[in-house]
Design a protein around this ligand. Structure first.
Ligand code: GLY
Length: 430
């Protein structure tokens, strides 16, 4: 089976590895843009196409008889790549532009949840011309309870959420966002109440009607230990997260995922792909913090490490609208954790071009090193992104998986190597 994978991060490296290693039939995988880690997997070839040029992607798929396209990141989904491929008769694992609004518009997602009775925080939505009303609203919310959450409506590379601790910060944030801090993405904003509890990520593989959930994960979004400092795309994750008990998972299925798929179908934008449910859990009750329309990064590195499944069959069946849940043998075969190695300065400005050493030594521990932001410069592997590598350990317990990952982390060297030492600690405490 020929498959085209879109994306170039750690998530796509993990997806590529799983597609190749777990599938019952022989796979030829093309990747665009890909990364050196993805291309080091036997059976993966580069696809020399610009992923923003949809007609080029369609032509490549026709020429190379691709039976499936897997879209990793959110931007091509929001740009309608899945629609153009589907219109050309090519099955895609990834939602249409309209269905991807669950991620690409926070306001759309919140109003959708209200319409369908899906548990989430109370909110109000404003646009640029409503600055005065937004300021009045945020002031009154802040008077009643702090912190207040202010979100850019559109895609802002994981940076569009501010948790304002004071009234002054809330007012300033509203003014800055509607004033264009994130460009078009913050020309509309959502202001919502802060929800207390512990966060978890649940991924559902969906065919538009049916779904199967994978092992629940927990991400570590802040740059600093003890969940301090700026938000990042995610500094590490582990799965399965014991916080999400069977009872909570049943509630997530019944109260969140099933009504979401029903509602999306009713509203004529059936959701096909990975529905990423960002949860907050308080006193055993799950609520939605956000939806994403794709696999999470770095959660995927851990979630797929413990998944026992014919992954190509799973994604292909979902893309074709006939989910074959039996392609999954076990969602959690062991425990895995991924520790992200970032460049110094991330999530702010960071250096690039540092030589990366010690990956082979790191993998001798049994860990897998996924490439998140790397490139080859004259044959030397160098850093090329804020998140550089995802070091993933898998073992029988979270403790031993963490030991494996952190031993591997020590073997990797590059200037300014930055990572959190406390990935998975909350999991150990459960
Ligand atoms: N790790 C969070 C995300 O993928 O958005």
């Amino acid at each position: 089976m020929n498959i085209l994978l879109i994306g170039s991060g750690g998530r796509e490296h993990a997806i590529a590895a799983k597609l190749i290693e777990s599938s019952s039939e022989s796979i030829t995988l093309y990747a665009a843009p890909g990364n050196p880690g993805i291309f080091s997997i036997e059976g993966v070839r580069p696809a020399a196409i610009a992923i923003t040029q949809h007609e080029e992607v369609v032509a490549f798929c026709r020429e190379h008889a691709c039976e499936l396209v897997v879209i990793g990141p959110e931007a091509p989904l929001a740009a309608g790549l899945a629609d153009d491929l589907n219109n050309a008769g090519i099955p895609v694992f990834g939602p249409s532009r309209l269905a991807a609004q669950l991620e690409s518009s926070k306001g759309f997602a919140k109003e959708f949840m209200m319409r369908h009775g899906i548990p989430t925080a109370q909110f109000c939505r404003f646009q640029q011309s409503e600055l005065a009303a937004a300021l009045d609203y945020v002031a009154s919310v802040a008077k009643q309870a702090l912190p207040v959450v202010i979100k850019a409506d559109g895609l802002a590379a994981g940076k569009g959420v501010v948790i304002a601790e004071t009234s002054a910060e809330a007012l300033r944030t509203v003014e800055e966002m509607l004033g264009g801090r994130f460009g078009e993405a913050s020309s509309r904003i959502v202001i919502e109440e802060f929800m207390y509890g512990e966060e978890a990520s649940v991924f559902a593989v969906c065919d538009g009607e049916r779904f199967i959930t994978l092992a629940p994960a927990q991400d570590h979004k802040r740059i600093g230990e003890g969940d301090t400092g700026e938000n990042t795309g995610g500094m590490g994750a582990y799965a399965p997260a014991p916080l999400v008990t069977d009872d909570i998972m049943t509630k997530v299925h019944e109260r969140i995922i099933a009504p979401t798929l029903r509602g999306m179908k009713q509203e004529r934008m059936p959701f096909v792909g990975c529905l990423f449910v960002g949860l907050i859990i308080h006193n055993g009750e799950p609520k939605v913090v956000e939806f994403n329309a794709r696999f999470g990064d770095p959660e995927t590195q851990a979630v797929l490490a413990v998944l026992k499944a014919d992954f190509a069959k799973l994604l292909y069946s979902a893309a074709c609208g006939h989910l074959q849940s039996e392609a999954v043998q076990r969602v959690a075969d062991g425990v895995a954790c991924c520790v992200v190695l970032a460049a110094k300065g991330y999530p702010g400005e960071y250096a690039k071009g540092m030589e990366l050493r010690g990956i082979a030594a790191a993998e001798k521990t049994g860990a897998t090193v996924f490439h998140a932001g790397t490139m080859l410069a004259n044959g030397t592997l160098v850093a090329n992104g804020g998140r550089v590598l995802g070091v993933t350990g898998k073992d029988a317990t979270l403790k031993t998986a963490l030991d494996m990952a952190y031993t591997a982390v020590e073997a990797i060297e590059f200037d300014g190597k930055t990572f959190r030492h406390d990935i998975g600690i909350k999991g150990l405490q459960h």
